[in-house]
Design a protein around this ligand. Structure first.
Ligand code: PY5
Length: 305
């Protein structure tokens, strides 16, 4: 989906016109993937635009920075406010929000810490990441031949730009093979996550998802879904899953900020059928929650005005 420009990009404390939001070709992060970032969404609600779990996302950005020893020159509250300011300045009712911390133009060695640290926040309109009908029809997936990185290679606890080379290999393999998305196994063969989503399986009414030790990103949507499901009285277990758990699942779905909540229609040509009752029930509450319609989770809606 091509990006439609908005008016401003927030760069290092200032709103810069979209066309002027450029960086030097020797930006360290361009060469070595040394940045950390977030993917956030703001939704239209009755009370105006609300950013979903904004503070939690900015806190994860700070944790990613800590892992890579990046000294971010802005605090959590400043970045929360800067994000709201950018949404307001661009007059967005709903949007995707991409804060990125990157090492700029400085030296070209492999120690990123000697380069300046820059921060940008970009907003744009981004529709359904896996397609408009992904929510109702579900998507076709394959288990990737590419393995996920692990805690002692590229730590999945951080959301760093460079680690998406791994997701990109799997995504391209899936798309070229005629699938919508790829599911990735870790080095031990347990399911980690999809290229940009967490994975859930429903079996005998129980909701199962890989533990963080298996190497998925600790998704904020994943956390929201586990909370919603538990509050509905559904038992939720974080447990290691193998590819055949997907083949034989009663239901399965993926979650993420970009993709939101998308049922899995098939895995490696094993059909899982129409989106199931548990998936639909959780999806309905989650979507209402994003629109600020569920009182119980109103803390998750961070209004920009
Ligand atoms: N796993 C991976 C590898 C991810 O990249 C993401 C988010 C998730 C899980 C879900 O995390 P969360 O629920 O916190 O979003 N991916 C980004 C997103 O904005 C980039 C996708 C293109 O959804």
């Amino acid at each position: 989906m091509p990006i439609t420009p908005t008016k401003y990009v927030w760069m290092d404390g200032q709103l810069v016109e979209w066309e002027k939001a450029t960086i030097h070709v020797l930006t360290h992060t361009l060469h070595y993937g040394s940045g950390v970032f977030e993917g956030i969404r703001a939704y239209e609600t009755k009370r105006g635009p609300a950013v979903f779990r904004l503070t939690d996302h900015i806190q994860r950005l700070k944790r990613s920075s800590k892992i890579y020893m990046i000294d971010v020159p802005f605090g959590v509250e400043q970045l929360v406010e800067a994000t709201k300011e950018t949404v307001r300045a661009n007059e967005m009712k709903s949007c995707y929000i991409r804060p990125i911390v990157y090492h700029g133009y400085g030296e070209m060695g492999l120690n990123p810490l000697i380069c300046p640290v820059n921060v940008a926040i970009i907003t744009w309109t981004w529709g359904a990441y896996l397609g408009d009908d992904s929510f109702t029809k579900g998507v076709r997936t394959m288990v990737s031949s590419w393995r996920r990185y692990d805690h002692n290679t590229i730590p999945p606890a951080a959301k760093a730009t460079g680690q998406y080379l791994n997701s990109g290999l799997a995504k391209v393999e899936a798309v070229k093979s005629g699938y919508d998305e790829a599911i990735m196994l870790n080095a031990e063969g347990y399911i980690a996550d999809a290229t940009g989503e967490n994975v859930f399986v429903v079996r005998d009414g129980v909701l199962l998802t890989p533990p963080l030790s298996a190497g998925p990103l600790g998704g904020i949507t994943r956390d929201s879904i586990m909370t919603i499901a538990r509050d509905m009285g559904i038992s939720v277990q974080e447990t290691n899953l193998v590819r055949t758990d997907l083949y034989t699942a009663d239901e399965a779905f993926m979650t993420g900020t970009a993709a939101e909540l998308v049922p899995i229609r098939s895995v490696d040509e094993r059909d899982l059928g129409e989106p199931g009752a548990v998936t639909k029930k959780i999806q309905e509450t989650f979507f209402a929650c994003l629109r600020g319609e569920v009182e119980k989770y109103s803390d998750w809606n961070e209004y920009v005005a």
